[in-house]
Design a protein around this ligand. Structure first.
Ligand SMILES: Cc1cc2nc3c(=O)[nH]c(=O)nc-3n(C[C@H](O)[C@H](O)[C@H](O)COP(=O)(O)OP(=O)(O)OC[C@H]3O[C@@H](n4cnc5c(N)ncnc54)[C@H](O)[C@@H]3O)c2cc1C
Length: 502
């Protein structure tokens, strides 16, 4: 049974790679004739880098841009210290979204999945066994029968609309304009923030050009109307209160503060991820990152469902976990947008919030919230270990006589069960879980760790907080459908370096 992924943006590419790793036959289609050269985002955050690390591809991205150890929550004059975050990648990576997409597409091709450009999903019908998808290729319509259809087709998702999935939220009330241009005289406008007579102008240096971002003074009559260079020039001059010459316009567009979220991420055999599932103000610069996080949560669940070994409700847990995470993104980015509004009424709130942000624990909380590092999913078993439900830390491990890490064990995108120490924990992973016996000198209290393919901790036992084996059995059943009774046998199915013993 195959999956069709509609949309080769970051969400669709990552989802397709996760499915391919799991052995699912996957097709990726995109309506554009080729990748758009226009670059929307410039950042990968800590959580995305952690996820890419757990697939062994993060180095491809790290070499592409600067690692910036601070970020911004709302006030550019009060940077957030990202180094305080609990992560291997305590910074934001400056990398063009277009480059992220190229690297993901390259990786996907290595996994045997080419992107079919110039293929537009224009309709579908689903029944109990599959989805009949109509794809427009050139002037022709092609019919394809697939098991599942993944709508990773962006904010105006046709898949979402045709599936009848609601998209409630708050409409656009404020608009921003963006222009990738050159300054006729670079001395006219510095990089960074400039307070003008009627508003703030951001100038971001890019290789060979600058990106200028400012508020649109009034909502446009037609928001889909292209932003003309002359109009942008006029708004820029009025905002600054003086003329600044622009040259070589490459790309001009507008964005808004609309915030909406699909009311269902799963509608039988149709699923949504990325912007198709949620849109929010660009304040936090997180859209690419949230799309990747959706894809990694969805990938293993959709794969298990497609391959026929998913436990009941596994696919629905994608909606539960990522809808909740998405709602948090909407709330956070809306708060960021409000705090960033040029309104003197908000000054006291902004000042107070700024003072709070300067307190180290608050700064860390906000940094981990805005970058998704603190994302926690309901583990569905009792236990109060802080690691439970969160991304398992990338612990250094000794497997047999070889060094490895949690990230390395997760590369094949399988569930991982690690036993530390001597106590035998009864569990039979029925061949669906990679089981290892390892040592972890940096966490000598660890007894056992069960990690989902998306890197989140499904079960943990320590000598100071021993968990009964039946909670392990529950976790194995809940997430991986391992139903065989505990046998007491620990088996190593394979190890990444041929080491490891059970
Ligand atoms: C101005 C701006 C700046 C931004 N800056 C940042 C930033 O700094 N950091 C960040 O993380 N995010 C940023 N974002 C957000 C980010 O660009 C998006 O959130 C991200 O691209 C979402 O990825 P996606 O894969 O869900 O969708 P998209 O990237 O939108 O990809 C959707 C794909 O689906 C294709 N498609 C559409 N319809 C169909 C169809 N019917 N059939 C087949 N294919 C179809 C499209 O051609 C497209 O390739 C910014 C956004 C904007 C507008």
């Amino acid at each position: 049974m195959t999956v069709m992924v509609a949309g080769a943006g970051p969400g669709g590419l990552m989802l397709a790679a996760e499915l391919a790793l799991a052995g699912v036959e996957v097709t990726v289609v995109d309506r554009l004739p080729r990748r758009s050269p226009y670059c929307r985002g410039f950042t990968l955050n800590a959580r995305s880098l952690e996820l890419l690390d757990r697939r062994g591809v993060v180095d491809r991205f790290l070499g592409e841009g600067p690692a910036v150890p601070y970020g911004m929550f709302a006030d550019p004059s009060r940077p957030l210290d990202l180094t305080a975050m609990d992560t291997d990648h305590a910074y934001v990576l400056g990398i063009a979204q277009t480059r992220v997409e190229e690297l993901l597409e390259q990786w996907l091709a290595e996994l045997g999945v080419p992107v079919r450009w110039g293929h537009e999903v224009v309709g579908f019908d689903q029944d109990g066994d599959g989805v009949d998808v109509t794809v427009r290729v050139g002037g022709e319509h092609e019919a394809r029968r697939v098991g599942y259809l993944a709508g990773c087709d962006g904010s105006r998702s046709i898949v979402r609309k045709l599936a009848g999935i609601g998209f409630p939220g708050t409409p656009a009330t404020a608009f921003g304009l963006l222009a990738d241009v050159n300054l006729a005289d670079p001395a006219d406008l510095p990089y960074g923030v400039t307070e003008g007579e009627r508003g703030t102008v951001f100038v971001i240096p890019r290789p060979g050009y600058v990106r200028i971002v400012l508020d649109e003074p009034a909502p446009p009559a037609d928001r889909d109307q292209p932003v003309e260079p002359a109009y942008f020039q006029q708004v820029l001059d009025e905002t600054l209160g003086r003329p600044v010459g622009l040259a070589d316009p490459r790309w001009l567009t507008r964005f808004s503060n609309a915030a909406r979220q699909a009311d269902r991420y799963v509608a039988d055999r149709v699923v949504l991820a990325g912007d198709a599932a949620h849109i929010h103000p660009p304040a936090g610069a997180v859209g690419v990152n949230v799309a990747l996080a959706d894809a990694v949560n969805l990938g293993w669940k959709l794969a298990a469902t497609t391959l026929g070994h998913a436990p009941d409700g596994l696919l629905d847990s994608y909606h539960q976990e990522r809808h909740e995470a998405g709602a948090r993104v909407l709330r956070t980015t809306r708060a960021q947008a409000i705090l960033g509004r040029r309104d003197p009424e908000l000054d006291p709130l902004r000042d107070l919030f700024g003072e709070l942000t300067d307190l180290p624990p608050v700064g860390r909380y906000l940094a981990e919230l805005a970058t998704g590092v603190s994302t926690r999913y309901d583990p569905r078993i009792p236990g109060d270990n802080p690691m439970l439900g969160r991304l398992a830390p990338n612990l250094k491990l000794i497997l047999g006589d070889e060094d490895t890490t949690v990230a390395e064990l997760l590369r094949p995108a399988n569930p991982v069960l690690i036993q530390f120490g001597d106590r035998a924990l009864p569990a039979d992973a029925a061949g669906r879980v990679d089981v290892f016996r390892a040592r972890c000198p940096e966490q000598p209290d660890l007894e056992g760790l069960l990690i989902r393919p998306d890197g989140h901790t499904a079960w943990i036992s320590t000598t100071t907080d021993p968990q009964p084996a039946d909670t392990l059995a529950t976790a194995l059943t809940t997430w991986f459908g391992v139903r065989t009774p505990p046998s007491g046998a620990w088996r190593t199915r394979r190890s990444p370096k041929g080491a490891g013993s059970a």
